[in-house]
Design a binder for this molecule. Structure first.
Ligand code: CS2
Ligand code: MG
Length: 426
């Protein structure tokens, strides 16, 4: 079916399925889940329609990939067949409310994949880039931040300098902590850092005291070497208590961070009040959230400055609403964009970012050449900003033949223990 034929059919659609009229004239005929490991694991959902148009969604859940693949294949896909792919809102509600069991990273990762694939279909059927269905462009490009990390402060400075030379306006900066054998976020491979590893989970060793003494020295040196203009970010990976985070935020104030991320976990949302009472360093949290309920108190009490939720938290449909809520409370969005979000998710994220006023920044962690080989894409990076591109849909495709060369391999994120062996991750 050509685009104009599709549009004519859309205008004259009549069928009724499962109680809701099929107004678009398109129907979902099938959906498949693909798992592959081109440099790291990905779970990709492909939804097919009778119009010949398909949509792609990312269902990757780092370290627990097959759970989402099964949720989709065994439970969700059978309910999608025959539905109108344009009914993104109703299908979202059907999968969220209809399941009885709500929220959680597996459920919401699956809903996200369906939602993104449906928005992709809708935008392709209307022959327009997805951002046009989400409000249109509100900016010229999406500012992104890269990842610099070093085994020493000197090495970290050189890594940050490398990003600045490539035009980045914002750089997340991490470095190894003297006396600790390994630190999350600090890797040997500087170009393609990947925290998940094959085999059993790696174990990192942690000392809050050593860490809190060292990090201010890192930022003092980076500022002295690179000046005031660059935006600097730092990720604590949920390793401190609120009062420790307050202390660290205060010690970092002279270096004017763009944000301090995941200083503590946020299951106890009111814990952030303690951090807020002690520091003006901007706070970011939310890459592990999967529902607006995870962020409600943080947002409405203005306990954070940046919400790190991504399209993984229920798709475009959910993120548009979450961003609108955050906007009321002066909270900006700075979505998670690590390597475990596939290029499909990155494409969807960039269309969301491009069309949402209170998006401040987007994380951009480079994918390996193997990953990029499997996911042809319209998005691009230049001079500190990314563009989603103008291809119809979200602009990211999936090469099934290439993917078949990279079978899934079980992998895990590291766990974290204090020096005395206690499992530690507040
Ligand atoms: C990190 C990630 O990108 C980030 O901010 O926290 O490395 C994160 O740990 C992984 O995406 C986990 O899947
Ligand atoms: Mg993080």
């Amino acid at each position: 079916m050509t685009m104009s034929e599709t549009r004519r059919t859309i205008a004259s659609g009549t069928a009724v399925v499962n109680g809701i009229g099929v107004a678009s004239g398109l129907k979902i005929t099938d959906a498949k889940v693909f798992t592959c490991c081109p440099g790291r694991n990905f779970v990709t959902l492909k939804i097919y329609t009778d119009g010949g148009i398909y949509g792609l969604g990312d269902a990757t859940l780092n370290g627990r990939e097959l759970a989402v693949a099964s949720y989709l294949t065994d439970h969700v896909i059978p309910c999608l067949i025959g539905r109108d792919p344009f009914q993104t809102e109703d299908i979202w509600q059907y999968l969220y409310r209809g399941a009885y069991w709500r929220k959680g990273p597996v459920t919401m990762g699956a809903i996200s994949a369906v939602d993104v694939a449906l928005w992709d279909i809708k935008a392709k059927a209307l022959n327009t880039p997805l951002y046009n269905l989400l409000g249109g462009k509100v900016r010229n490009g999406v500012m992104v931040y890269g990842h610099a990390n070093g085994a020493s402060i000197d090495q970290a400075i050189e890594e940050v300098r490398g990003y600045a030379e490539r035009g980045y306006l914002a750089v997340r900066t991490q470095c190894a902590i003297p006396g600790l054998p390994s630190t999350y976020g600090v890797s040997k491979d500087k170009m393609f850092y990947e925290p998940a590893t094959l085999g059993q989970p790696e174990e990192n060793v942690w000392s809050s005291e050593s860490y809190m003494r060292h990090v201010p020295k890192l930022f003092e040196r980076v500022r002295t070497a690179l000046g005031e203009d660059l935006h600097l970010l730092h990720d604590v990976h949920h390793r401190l208590t609120p009062i420790q985070a307050g202390r660290l935020g205060k010690d970092l104030e002279p270096y004017r961070l763009f944000w301090l991320e995941d200083a503590v976990t946020a299951e106890l949302q009111e814990g952030f009040r303690i951090i807020r009472q002690h520091t003006t360093t901007p706070l970011a949290v939310g890459e592990v959230f999967d529902s607006v309920w995870d962020a409600r108190q943080l947002v409405t009490e203005q306990l954070i400055d940046y919400l790190r939720m991504s399209v993984r938290a229920g798709g475009i449909t959910a993120m548009k609403k979450i961003a609108a809520l955050a906007d009321l409370y002066h909270v900006q969005i700075g979505s998670h964009g690590a390597t475990d979000l596939s290029p499909v998710m990155m494409g969807a994220a960039l269309h969301f970012d491009m069309s949402t006023t209170n998006v401040a920044i987007q994380e951009f962690m480079r994918h390996t050449p193997e990953t990029l080989d499997v996911f042809p894409r319209a998005y691009s990076y230049a001079d500190g900003y990314m563009q989603p591109g103008d291809a119809p849909g979200h602009g990211v495709d999936f090469d099934e033949e290439r993917a078949a060369h990279y079978p899934y391999k079980r992998a895990y994120l590291p766990v974290n223990r204090k020096v005395d062996g206690t499992l530690w991750n507040w």
